[in-house]
Design a protein around this ligand. Structure first.
Ligand code: BES
Ligand code: MN
Ligand code: MN
Length: 455
């Protein structure tokens, strides 16, 4: 039997297994899910163990890391697969057409939180390898899996693990399936991701909520003030107004500009799909450049005052806002956090007290677009999806990606199986059944192609 035949024959079990994985509500941001996360990690350990992997859970200060290896022969190349089994919070729940942790298939889509980001994607890699193991009794390369439970919470504990376990993680190449294809017709290899920096700003006014009639007019309102401050993060041309923000921001190279221009990017479709009346952003850049290769500064959530039913006439005691900034090479997240803090403190009026919690972040990543590993990946994608991949950049971040190069010295192949309209981080997350299937096929061919590369 060939691996493809195995995949076909075991289709229903393969989906059952994926559904088991998707049923764990592994929301890393919420402490109430700690036990669910441990249960999911245990399940993965067991599942990989059944395939012949030596699997271990490494506890961290946060959620456990699943590590598993299938070592065939020290002389063969070693491939390190990375993925994350944690997911973003599913809220707002009332917008889900099916419950987020009750996976099902509808109209050619697998529906569940984590279906695409990232359970469905790394599981396609596992299932492709399973097909090879079950049909040939072995693998053509050594395989290591590193599946973390904190990616959606900034991978706080993974860098330490990687630094402590360089030998354990030694490999020739890293494979990550946690990105998207260019579109439904064009599979892709991603050569650049943005970095991220995260702060939370708190604005404190009076020592308690006050009657807005009795006090309004003479007391600074933390919500009004916070909104003004957030409004000052950009200038009228869409540039970020934080002093020094662009200091280390590398301009988009001519090569990247040309590469992006080659892709059939459709602004009208983009606008339509997300339902915005007009496009937005920094002057002088195309939409695709803005989405992938320019830095941003966005409020992600703002709160304060009364939000319950009916009205309440108050001057609130405080307001706060979570802000993330997407970074491009060579911006440094700590430096950017310092700069936004300084700026927010400077523009805050004397009528309130302001505090900024700086959470750091991760730098942007760029990987080579040539070399034998990439060619091998291209051949595997061709075998799985029936088409040569294009090279793309993406705007999202995978915080740990830089560590693979900097700590372990290994280049990463970002082979994403998702689509930009899979609703990751949104209600009704989904993953196309064909993308999962072609992903499994790609994954079954990839180790053979990587084994052919001699370095
Ligand atoms: N898989 C995404 C990153 C991604 C999304 C890459 C879309 C390419 C296209 C990842 O799980 C993610 O969401 N990362 C977070 C990191 C953050 C929480 C530190 C992100 O980008 O917001
Ligand atoms: Mn992801
Ligand atoms: Mn994500």
């Amino acid at each position: 039997m060939t691996p493809f035949e195995y995949l076909k024959q075991n289709e229903s079990k393969r989906f059952q297994d994926l559904f088991s994985l998707l049923r764990f509500p592994t929301v890393s941001a919420k402490s109430e899910h700690k036990e669910d996360i441990i249960a999911c990690a245990e399940w993965l350990k067991l599942h990989l163990g059944e395939l012949g992997f030596k699997a271990t859970l490494y506890p961290t200060k946060g959620h456990p890391i699943v590590y598993a290896e299938y070592i065939v022969d020290k002389k063969l190349p070693t491939v390190l697969y990375y993925g994350h089994y944690d997911v973003q919070p599913p809220e707002p729940l009332d917008l889900w057409k099916t419950p987020p942790f009750e996976p099902q298939i509808k109209d050619g889509y697998i529906l569940a939180r984590g279906a695409c980001d990232d359970k469905g994607q790394f599981f396609a890699q596992i299932k492709g390898l399973e097909a090879v193991i079950k049909t040939s009794g072995t693998l053509p390369v050594n395989v290591k899996f590193l599946i973390e439970g904190e990616e959606e919470s900034h991978s706080a504990n993974l860098p330490v693990f990687i630094k402590k376990n360089k030998k354990l993680l030694r490999a020739e190449v890293v494979v990550v399936s946690d990105t998207a294809q260019f579109n439904k017709e064009l599979p892709a290899v991603t050569f650049g991701l943005r970095g991220i920096a995260f702060v939370e700003v708190f604005v404190y006014g009076p020592n308690k909520d006050l009657h807005s009639g009795g006090f309004g007019g003479a007391v600074g309102n933390p919500i009004n003030i916070l909104c003004t401050m957030v409004g000052k993060l950009h200038d009228k041309d869409g540039k970020i107004a934080i002093p020094g923000f662009y200091k280390d921001c590398k301009p988009i190279s001519r090569w990247v500009k040309n590469q992006l221009k080659k892709l059939p990017y459709n602004e009208t479709n983009f606008k339509k799909a997300i339902g915005i009346p007009a496009l937005h952003g920094e002057k002088g850049y195309t939409t695709y450049e803005k989405l992938t290769s320019r830095p941003t500064c966005d409020a992600n959530g703002i709160t304060g005052g009364y939000q319950g039913e009916g009205g309440k006439t108050i001057i609130p005691a405080m307001a706060s806002c979570k802000i993330t900034m997407r970074l491009v090479p060579d911006m440094n997240p700590h430096d950017i956090c310092d700069k936004i803090e300084k700026y927010l403190m400077k523009i805050a009026p004397k009528t309130v007290r302001v505090k900024v919690n700086k959470h750091g972040g991760a730098r942007a990543v760029e990987v080579p677009v040539d070399g034998p590993w990439l060619e091998a990946a291209g051949r595997a994608i061709k075998a799985g999806f029936g088409k040569e991949p294009v090279f793309i950049k993406e705007g999202g971040s995978i915080p740990i990606a830089v560590e693979f190069k900097e700590t372990l010295g290994i280049d990463t192949l970002f082979i994403g199986f998702g689509q930009n309209d899979d609703n990751i981080h949104s209600p009704n997350e989904r993953f196309r059944v064909v993308d999962f299937e072609n992903g499994c096929k790609t994954a079954a061919v990839l180790p053979f192609e990587l084994a052919r590369v001699d370095k």
